[in-house]
Design a protein around this ligand. Structure first.
Ligand code: PGA
Length: 251
């Protein structure tokens, strides 16, 4: 049985005060949630993390970063290392988001290096994969997802995959209000599991949690979560307000 995992991705939003206010509001809405049956997380900007981690203590909500560098320390101006995130009590890190591929030159190779660096310090990882609209229209959705999976996971052992969650995020659905239909999501989620079976084995494929991301909201969460291979969501816009996020958590 895979535990559902709903995770916010705030992207470049929220001051420290706004982040703490969010968690304060969310805290009062979480009574009745059994955190043995669902995982809830928020991927926040680096600047919020420390205060947010303190504010979230005892709530059951995991607090994560949205990126990191692959080296432990050194002359890498502007970068943040896995060790630094571990040091402040970060619970997980989102790696390889399509916006990082699109705007910051992230590739399968850099994603793979970051995954390895995070595994070294024992931080759980959400790895993003997904095709663009031209790729989908050219019938390449599956081959792109396979390439992202194969390249990002290269060299990882089956045991290491226990520390990973995969987020399937069709780029054409991110922030566009254009959600993949449950059938479209299910198709690629099932395919992702098939690729994991080929690359590893059936246990790995069955155990892996695969989140859907791309305009997930209170209105579509239920039908997406009803798909047999959709195990959660990576939620951008609809995770910014505690009220909206609550509805998603309580799908
Ligand atoms: P969205 O973003 O929910 O705003 O589409 C999802 C994501 O990019 O993780």
């Amino acid at each position: 049985m895979r535990t559902p995992y709903l995770c916010g991705n705030w992207k470049m939003n929220k001051t420290v005060a706004e982040a703490v206010e969010f968690i304060t509001q969310l805290k009062t809405k979480l009574s009745g949630i059994d955190f043995k049956k669902i995982d809830v997380g928020v991927g926040a900007p680096f600047t919020c993390l420390s205060k947010l981690i303190d504010a979230a203590k005892g709530t059951g909500v995991k607090i994560g970063a949205q990126n990191c560098f692959w080296e432990e320390k050194g002359a890498f101006t502007g970068e943040i290392s896995p060790l630094m995130l571990k040091d402040i009590g970060c619970d997980f890190v989102i790696i390889g988001h399509s916006e990082r591929r699109q705007y910051f030159g992230e590739t399968n190779e850099t994603i793979n290096k970051k995954i390895n660096a995070l595994l070294k310090v024992g931080l759980p990882i959400i790895v993003c994969v997904g095709e663009t609209l031209p790729e989908r229209e050219a019938g390449k959705a599956e081959s792109v997802v396979k390439d992202h999976l194969t390249g990002s996971l290269r060299g990882l052992t089956a045991e290491q995959l226990n520390h990973l969650v995969i987020a399937y995020e069709p780029v054409w659905a991110i922030g566009t209000g254009k959600t993949a239909t449950p059938a479209q999501a299910q198709e690629i989620h099932a395919y992702t599991r098939k690729v994991l079976r080929e690359l590893y084995n059936d246990n790995v494929a069955q155990a892996m949690r695969i989140q859907y991301g791309g305009s997930m909201n209170a209105a579509n969460v239920k039908e997406l979560m009803n798909c047999p291979d959709v195990d959660g969501g990576l939620i951008g816009g609809a995770s910014l307000k505690a009220d909206d996020f609550e509805k998603l958590i309580k799908f």
